[in-house]
Design a protein around this ligand. Structure first.
Ligand SMILES: Nc1ncnc2c1ncn2[C@@H]1O[C@H](COP(=O)(O)OP(=O)(O)OP(=O)(O)O)[C@@H](O)[C@H]1O
Ligand SMILES: Nc1ncnc2c1ncn2[C@@H]1O[C@H](COP(=O)(O)OP(=O)(O)OP(=O)(O)O)[C@@H](O)[C@H]1O
Length: 568
């Protein structure tokens, strides 16, 4: 029998700042070399569970534990932080909170240095890790010179070279481009199989993690474990939907076509799903469901004319970039990690000035406008919520912009409460922000911008750390604002978000616009997908595997149908 490496027995945990426990009656054993995926709604306690395993609880967050938790046979409460970090390697949700070195190379080396490895061997290992996660060109860069995804890749490299027994990944995919995310899942899989390492992955993007097999999936809800099943069984049951987690899209498509999902069809992976009897049904569905797209014209709002910019001389990030965004449009910006997506937003907001070229809004060159002047009309929600939050209490954070504008107390309360309801935060309105999960914090930052009713809102990775229910509620609300004339520009690696909500996708690569088309056509263009580190969607693969001759058109029809089914 395999050795147990993590054993929770009737375990509970209550944060010091909370009146109620966050984890209840957790009984869970994970054995040596197992790979486990943990899913659950935002705020359900996934990160808290992870923090109990890696020692951030109690060493960074204090509170009271009940029951027992043993790590490698030792009671967690009797272990030092050094003992725990020797055994558990963690990649956290927040790429900044875990960057310990002054450069990428140092950060990766950090774990090795603890083990006093000879210098030459260390350099070799650091290089190998950097190559594995494709960050080797940036070995001497400091964290502030890196994009969000580049930081996340560095941390991944760091933990993967370390010699630990347990690897813990808390939403590793949110800031990685789709291709890099796929490679990361393959790399994690290899490390687990070759090193016999125990792997725990927490991730909302179920479909992406299942690119490589997991032994079982644990579902959490409100601090409890509500299911612990092999992937095939879980995907054949209705449980995911009940807790607000999205099932893989190819399964939804099969269900629409009248196919039943059972463990024997291998529902856990698009390349292995048995389609023999289902391909015909899918074809019939495809032929019978052709909702025509409506093409809309938008008056111009924002325009970039030949914009060039680089942080350093001779290293341009954007080159002669020209693009137009219409009023009332909802569009997405995609591109590999480091392609310049956040840089583009920072230029629009005035944090940096183009080296050459101009930015126009409503027919006027906004070059002379200050950051503050632009902020009145352009709202920017950064990738990392911890970079934006300045107040202690949630209400104060969301009210801040309106207070600065001199709005009345009554008006502020009314607006703030309304926006908190839409963002699923009303229940937390008097809470300190430090007591919120990462996904909840992300929603706080979106609420604090929306409350100001900007003409255009730029959202950097809006669905990171969001479960499907919150994702939907928030996106639907944005859609109503778009219908009233607000413009939404989403920077995202989430291909489902792009497909479902963006009318247009602009792809940046090598500082220029590589594509500018509907998301299904962009994601159906093999050359663009390859050059921009995107990934074929599972719907596209399903159509190909079912012998449909126009897979992109299948994707389009699915999205149009799905919108109608869900009453949009
Ligand atoms: N530092 C903290 N202090 C007090 N309470 C906290 C703290 N961190 C989290 N909580 C509480 O624990 C709950 C669960 O948070 P946790 O971060 O474990 O959720 P999660 O499932 O990982 O969510 P997400 O998917 O949004 O990251 C939160 O709703 C919050 O009430
Ligand atoms: N402050 C800075 N100083 C120097 N270089 C920087 C700075 N910020 C970003 N860069 C570099 O500029 C390039 C573009 O970064 P940017 O953050 O715009 O990328 P991105 O497309 O948003 O990436 P991601 O998908 O990882 O968030 C990267 O190669 C990055 O290393």
């Amino acid at each position: 029998m395999k050795k147990a490496v993590i054993e929770f027995a009737d375990f509970g945990f209550q944060y010091r700042a909370q009146k109620e426990p966050t984890l209840h009656g957790i009984t869970l054993t994970i054995t040596e070399g197992e790979k486990v995926l943990i899913v659950g709604p935002s705020g359900s306690g996934k990160s808290t569970l992870a923090h109990c395993i890696n020692g951030l609880i109690p060493f960074a967050y204090s509170g009271e534990m009940t029951g027992s938790l043993r790590i490698m046979g030792q009671e967690q409460q009797e272990m030092s932080i050094a003992e725990l970090s020797d055994r558990v390697g963690t990649v956290l949700q927040d790429p900044d909170g875990q960057f310990v070195g002054l450069t990428v190379g140092e950060d990766i080396a950090f774990r090795l240095e603890n083990d006093a490895i000879p210098q030459a061997e260390m350099l070799e290992k650091v290089n190998a890790a950097a190559i594995a996660v494709d960050i080797h060109e940036f070995l001497s860069s400091s964290p502030q010179e890196l994009s969000g995804g580049q930081k996340q890749k560095t941390t991944l490299g760091g933990v993967l070279v370390g010699d630990v027994d347990i690897l813990l990944f808390d939403e590793p995919l949110a800031s990685l481009d789709p291709y890099t995310g796929k490679k990361a899942i393959e790399l994690i899989d290899r490390v687990q199989r070759e090193g016999g390492t125990t792997v725990i992955i927490i991730e909302h993007r179920l479909e992406e993690v299942l690119h490589r097999a997991v032994d079982r999936i644990i579902v959490m809800d409100e601090g409890h474990i509500v299911a612990d099943l092999p992937a095939a069984e879980l995907l054949s049951a209705d449980l995911l939907r009940n807790v607000g987690i999205r099932e893989p899209l190819y399964l939804t498509a099969l269900k629409y076509a009248g196919c039943s999902i059972t463990p024997d069809i291998n529902p856990q992976h698009i390349d292995d799903v048995r389609l023999d009897e289902y391909a015909g049904k899918l074809k019939v569905w495809y032929e019978n469901n052709n909702i025509q797209p409506t093409s809309l014209e938008y008056p111009p709002l924002l325009e970039l004319r030949n914009v060039t910019f680089g942080y350093e001389k001779n290293r341009p990030v954007l080159q002669e970039l020209t693009l137009r965004i219409g009023k009332g449009e909802m569009l997405s910006i995609a591109g590999r990690n480091g392609a310049g997506k956040s840089t583009l937003s920072k230029l629009i907001c005035g944090f940096y000035r183009p080296t050459s070229g101009t930015i126009w809004m409503n027919g006027r060159d906004i070059g002379p406008d200050s950051i503050k002047e632009r902020a009145d009309r352009i709202g920017f929600v950064m990738q990392n919520p911890n970079h934006m939050i300045s107040k202690t209490l949630l209400y104060d954070e969301v009210a801040l912009g309106l207070i600065l504008r001199g709005a009345s107390v009554e008006h502020i309360r009314e607006r703030v409460h309304a926006i908190l309801k839409v963002c699923g935060l009303y229940a937390f309105r008097s809470w300190p922000i430090s007591a919120l999960s990462y996904g909840q914090k992300k929603r706080v930052t979106i609420a604090s911008i929306l409350v100001l009713e900007p003409e255009i809102i730029i959202l950097d990775e809006p669905t990171a750390a969001q479960d499907y229910r919150h994702y939907n509620e928030m996106m639907e609300f944005l859609l109503t604002l778009v219908n009233q004339g607000m413009t939404v520009m989403m920077i995202t690696h989430d291909m489902h978000l792009m497909l479902e909500y963006a009318q247009r996708t602009i792809v940046l690569a090598g500082g220029v616009k590589l594509a500018d088309d509907s998301p299904e056509r962009v994601l159906g263009d093999t050359e663009v997908v390859r050059s921009a580190n995107l990934k074929e969607t599972s719907l596209f693969t399903l159509a190909l595997r079912s012998g449909l001759d126009q897979p992109s058109e299948f994707v389009r029809r699915f999205i149009a149908y799905d919108r109608r089914v869900r009453g949009r």
